[in-house]
Design a protein around this ligand. Structure first.
Ligand code: ZN
Length: 375
């Protein structure tokens, strides 16, 4: 019998899971609640478990928000969502991130944010595609010792690839940038990109539903998961919810949660109905009623993507092909993949913009952006 992987529970025979993983730094606004409902539905309708995780690694920000994690969980319950097993809290799991970090090729980085920004813009004619220009990667041992006396180091991945293929349930297979991502910040806090990958592995998550502004980070995270020996994750990036004034919801005065809506006289059934309709689903009192509706699976299936106006070839969704490109070439360079894509086909570069629907009448669904009501 093979030994279970330390960061994966898929060898225990449990069904794979979908998840919702809020940061307890502000009340769950209508956009967060829409994503939670979509994640719950996509998991339940595909016979997955549904798990909840509190992403509270940044204890300073969590404390500043006044300990609202429990309120977030009560809001999910009020919406009618349920989950399997105990809620995982990242702050209680620092040892496992340390173990994961020890398995990865890394180097210390002493750069300040300002230095990284300046290096990326250096007018030296060499256009580096890497968001992090690799400044500290080749420091000598003595340079590292000298710089460590002045400034604590962040820990970065020493990445061997420049791109990685990831699959989104609406957008198909895309090729995203991979760089020497920070795994532990220089204040000792484990980076979101590491923690999220390790936790998804431990919780048996193979379906990640979250807002589309996180789509560009999927390639880095999928690559880290590969390095840690974890199964591939399939993504479903939801559309963004805009405030009625057109602002991003998180930046808007409309970002209040259920409690604020209730204080304004907007009762829970109205919120729930609006969320269902925003996903192209009938308004119900209890989301479990949707699971019994034979039409829901079709309603959760996105329409085909519209052709890319930039002329980029269509998606390449051949599961027999290698996921990654390992040549240090600029992105997009899908020809750098270990196996050449089918003739005339290449993975799309990651585009986190609104989902472009090829059907003439755009259907509302988890993939579509949505404007919250004025109530
Ligand atoms: Zn550096």
């Amino acid at each position: 019998m093979s030994c279970p992987h330390p960061f994966s529970n898929t060898t225990t025979g449990e069904r794979p899971a979908g998840r919702f993983a809020p940061s307890p730094t502000s009340a769950l606004h209508i956009g967060n609640l829409r994503t939670a409902l979509a994640a719950w539905l996509l998991a339940r309708c595909s016979d997955r478990r549904f798990v909840v995780r509190v992403e509270d690694l940044d204890q300073q920000r969590v404390a500043a928000a006044g300990g609202i994690a429990d309120q977030q969980l009560r809001d999910l319950e009020a919406l009618g969502l349920d989950w399997d097993g105990p809620v995982m809290r990242q702050s209680e799991r620092l040892d496992i991130y340390s173990d994961a970090l020890a398995q990865l090729p890394t180097y210390p980085c002493f750069c300040t944010r300002r230095e990284i920004a300046a290096a990326a813009q250096a007018p030296n004619g060499v256009q580096s595609w890497r968001p992090y220009p690799g400044t500290c990667r080749t420091l000598s041992h003595s340079d590292r010792q000298r710089r460590a006396r002045v400034r604590p180091a962040a820990i970065r991945l020493a990445s061997e690839v420049s791109g990685w293929q990831v699959t989104d349930q609406a957008r198909g297979t895309c090729l995203g940038q991979v760089d020497d991502v920070v795994l532990r910040r220089n204040d000792g806090v484990y980076a979101y990109n590491l923690a999220v990958v390790v936790d998804d592995g431990v919780q048996g998550v193979d379906q990640v539903v979250r807002a589309r502004d996180l789509w560009p980070s999927a390639a880095r995270q999928s690559h880290l998961g590969h390095l840690l020996g974890l199964p591939e994750v399939r993504y479903a990036h939801c559309g963004l919810v805009h405030a009625p004034d057109g602002e991003r919801l998180s930046k808007s005065a409309h970002a209040g949660g259920l409690a604020e809506l209730a204080a304004r006289g907007v009762e829970l059934p109205r919120v729930r109905a609006a969320l269902c309709e925003s996903l192209g689903l009938p308004a119900v009192d209890d989301p479990h009623e949707l699971l019994a509706d034979p039409d829901v699976t079709a309603a959760l299936t996105p329409p085909p993507t519209a052709p890319d106006p930039s002329g980029t070839p269509g998606t390449w969704d051949d599961p027999s092909s290698s996921r990654h490109s390992d040549a240090p070439t600029a992105i997009p360079q899908p020809a750098a993949s270990r196996h050449a894509p089918p003739q005339g086909k290449a993975p799309r570069p990651v585009d986190a913009g609104p989902y472009r629907d090829s059907e003439s009448s755009s259907r509302l669904g988890w993939w579509s952006d949505w404007t919250a009501p004025t109530w």
